[in-house]
Write a protein that binds this ligand. Structure first.
Ligand code: F6P
Length: 353
């Protein structure tokens, strides 16, 4: 009997369960058993998990989160980590492992691949920043959640003639902020790929105010850094990623804008009433049921990963290219980041006014 393992690592993401279902269903057809490790690489290090059967995965593509749990445990943090994973796979008689994750999780999978362990990667992140795939599942759901939130913030900002600074997830890239901001008519979108100075930001708010547009929506990706501002050191997670959500980016920007507007003598007496509010969308963007696109993309990626297992074709990452699901190069996927290109940002910038 052939057997494989599966795990979901890193921040959870709508569509993970669809992938698990696709892998289990496809493997079941070929009589391959699937062991689901608990909580990402943590389960693969301590041999915790359970065998997944068809009834475990029936209809789960509708559910958010992951039925096998996730964590940010980093196998590479311990020099013995990779060999421990190999021993666990051997002890459970697993011929390989399907790792569903973002750059951190797949970075570990890639190192295990180099050691000769059979791995297949499935790209996952709401941030959409993995290369070799046009989309990562979870992004579409997250962008829609952010868009709906910004739609709502538009009306309350307008009612109070306020500026609202909305912070979206996006540690290294601004895919969610730009997609949601453009869709929801943001007046400015700030993303890591295209840094801006504070002067550029405040001059837009000022310009709008002076021409009678008294509300402004600024969408900012959490990884954005002000040109010329000092970096704020707030620590890192197990993979060395900065803990951005604790940086108070939206609050800091909001306070700076309100203070500048209130103290600007050229704006007239009413400017003393100008208010700005920060809104951090945070983990709401990752929670809840996946949208149709992510349910289907996750399912197709899972089925493709299962197909590679059946064929014994390890060492690849499954990906969406155009409308097709393909097997891509894992090494490139984890070493090259997919960033927002200038053409897309410029299209959105047409509406920054
Ligand atoms: O990796 C995806 C992501 O959602 C990032 O956008 C965000 O910075 C991070 O996860 C948050 O991680 P955690 O859930 O560990 O706070």
């Amino acid at each position: 009997m052939r057997k494989i393992g599966i795990l979901t690592g890193g921040g959870d993401c709508p569509g993970l369960n669809a992938v698990i279902r696709g892998v289990v269903e496809k493997c079941a057809v070929a009589g391959i058993e699937v062991f689901g490790f608990n909580d990402g690489w943590r389960g693969a290090l301590n041999a915790k998990g359970r065998w997944l059967n068809l009834s475990d995965v029936e209809g789960i593509q509708t559910l958010g989160g992951t039925i096998i749990g996730s964590s940010r445990t980093n196998v590479l943090a311990d020099p013995n980590g990779p060999s421990t994973v190999r021993d666990v796979l051997d002890a459970l008689d697993l011929e390989g492992l399907v790792a569903i994750g973002g750059d951190d999780t797949l970075g570990v999978a890639n190192e295990l691949r180099k050691m000769g362990i059979n791995v297949i990667g499935v790209p996952k992140t709401i941030d959409n920043d993995l290369s070799c795939t046009d989309y990562t599942f979870g992004f579409e759901t997250a962008a829609n959640i952010a868009m709906e939130a910004i739609d709502r913030l538009q009306t309350t900002a307008k009612a109070h003639s306020r500026c609202i600074v909305v912070e979206c997830m996006g540690r290294h890239t601004g895919w969610i902020a730009l997609q949601a901001g453009l869709a929801a008519n943001a007046h400015l979108v700030l993303i890591p790929e295209f840094p801006k100075s504070y002067d550029e930001i405040i001059s837009l708010v000022r310009r709008r105010y002076l021409r009678g547009d008294r509300h402004t929506i600024i969408v900012v990706a959490e990884g954005f850094e002000l040109l010329g501002a000092d970096e704020i050191d707030i620590g890192t997670d197990a993979f060395g990623n900065k803990l951005l959500l604790h940086k108070n980016l939206a609050k800091n920007l909001s306070d700076m804008i309100e203070n500048s507007m209130k103290s600007d003598p050229l704006l007239g007496n009413d400017a003393q009433y100008f208010e700005c509010r920060p809104v951090v969308l945070g983990h709401v963007q990752r929670g809840g049921a996946p949208c149709a696109f992510d349910r289907v993309l996750g399912t197709r990626l899972g089925i493709k990963a299962g197909e590679l297992v059946v064929q014994g074709d390890y060492g690849k990452m499954v990906a969406q290219v155009g409308t097709k699901i393909v097997a891509a190069d894992m090494d490139t996927a984890v070493t090259v980041r997919k960033v927002v290109d200038k053409e897309f940002y410029d299209a959105a910038a047409l509406y920054f006014k």
